[in-house]
Write a protein that binds this ligand. Sequence first.
Ligand code: F6P
Length: 545
Amino acid sequence: MSRVTNTPEWQKLKEYSNKLPHMRELFATDSARFNKMSLKACGLFLDYSKNRVNDAVLSALFGLAQQAQLEARIKAMFNGEIINTTEKRAVLHTALRAPKGVAVGVDGVNVVPEVHTTLDKIESFVASVTSGEWRGYTGKAITDIVSIGIGGSFLGPKIVTQALRPYWTGKLNCHFVANVDATSLVEKLKLVDPETTLFLMSSKSFGTQETLTNTLSARDWFLKSGATQADVAKHFAAVTSNVAKATDFGIDEANIFPMWDWVGGRYSLWSAIGLPIALMVGMDNYRALLAGARSMDEHFTSAPLAENMPVIMGLLSVWYGNFFNAQSHVVLTYDHYLRGLPAYFQQLDMESNGKSVMMDGETVDFSTGPVIWGGEGTNGQHAYHQLLHQGTALIPADFIMPLQSHNPLGEHHVQLASNCFGQTQALMQGRTFEEALAELAASNLSDDEKTLIARHKVMEGNKPSNTLLMDKLTPSTLGALIALYEHRTFVQGVIWDINSFDQWGVELGKTLGNDVLARLTADEDASALDSSSNALINLFRKGQI
Ligand SMILES: O=P(O)(O)OC[C@H]1O[C@](O)(CO)[C@@H](O)[C@@H]1O
C-alpha cells in the first residue's frame, strides 16, 4: 500500500463507505442537515447536503486533508515555492490576480509589479483598439479580433467571453480559432475584413503546431489581401513567454504581451491570455473578474478546512472517486451563458489530475482524476440524465445556477430553477418500488404488468450532487467560480500527492504526430510503423478508403 492509502483516515473512510444510510434517511433523521452542510463565500452559495456524508465521514475527510498537510501545501503554492517539481517551476496563477501591494516571490524576485505593468499594458491596448485610435494599414479602425490559440490559450478566453456576453461593450466582434483543421480558420476568415481585423496569437511556448500553422495561414491570407509585410505589425499581436520567436515571426515587440513559466496554460486566462476577454467586456469588467478570483484565493487561504469551499468540494470528489469508484463527475450549468464551462473545467481538471505517478515517482495504488464532462441544463435532462438516474455508474454532479437571470422573461427562470432543484431532489431520493407501484394503481394494467413496469420505474436514488448558486452571473462571481474549481483541482492533487501542474502525457502525442507528419509530407515509407499506423498513412495518401 502507498503512503496515501496506508493511513488510518483512508482505512476509516473505506469502512464508512459501506455503512452509510441512504441519503433519504440522513435527511429524515437530521432536520438541520441543510444548514450544517451549506456555506456562502465570495458571492457563491454551496449546498453540499445532498452528498453521501455524515459528520463522521466529513471529519475523516478533513483528517485526510490534515494527513496530506493540505494547509502547508496551499501556503507553499501561494508563496511561489517550486511545487511543479518535474518542470522545476512555481505555480502562481494566483499572483496574476494579487493586488499591487502584495509581494509574491519567484526565485527571490517579487513578480507582482510585472503582473501589474502587464495589466496596464493590456489596459492601454484595449483602450486603443476599442476607441478606434488603433488603425489598420488602410487607416480603418479595428472591428474584429481573431484569437488564435489552443488548450489553455484558447478555452479560458473563449468560455469567459461567452459567459460574460451581457457585459460586452459592443465595440468589437471576437472569433476564436484553435483546431489545426483549416475549416476552423477558413470559416472565421469568411466573416472578417483584413483591413479591420486584429489577429491575436496566444501561445505560451510559441511552439504549438496548431497555433503556428493557423497564424502563418492567417498571415498569408492577410498578405494576399493586398497588405505588405510591413503592415503585419498593425494587425498581429502576440501573447507568449517566447518573445524572440514572436519577433522572428514578424510581430512588433510593442505588440507582444509577456507570459511567465510560473503560469500553467490551463490556469492562464488571468494573464494576457485573457486579452480577448478584456477587449470584449472592457478593462473594468476584466479587473472585476480578477478580483472575484482573488476573493476566492483569500477564502481558500484563510477559511478553516471545514468551512472552506474548494476543500469541501475537492474532498467530496476524492470520497466518490476513491471510495465508491466513481469514474466521472458531471458539471451541469443551469445557465445558457455558462454552457461552455463544463468543457473548461474538463480541461482544467483532466490535464491537471490525469496522472498515475506520485510526486516521488511511485505508481499510484488508487484512482486519480475522474473524467469531467457535462453541459447546460435543462438540455441534459433530455440527453444523459436518464443514465444519471437509472444507470449503473455513480456519477457525482455539480449543479450551477444564478438565482437571477440577465434575461427575465415570463416563467422561464422559475422553470429553469424548478428543473435544477427537482433534478437534485430526484437524484437524492429516487423512487422506491412501492412508490412506483402506487403510481400505477389507477392504471388499467394487469397486476403482473404493474409489477413489471414498477420494476422498471424504480430509481435507486442516493446519487450525490452539489448545488452552487450565485445571485447573478457577473465578472466577480464568475471569477470566484473559476478559482473555486482551480483550487478544488489542487486539493485533490494534494490528497493524491501527484503533480497537478505538468502535462507530460500530451508530449508523446505531439512527438508521434510530428513523426507521422514528417512521413506524410516527405512521402516516406511508413512500413516501419505498426500495421495500423502504416495502413492509415497509406489510406490518407490515397485520399480514399
Ligand atoms: O500556449 P501554448 O504553449 O501554445 O500551449 C497550448 C496548450 O498546450 C498544452 O501545453 C498541452 O495541451 C496546454 O497545457 C497549453 O495550454
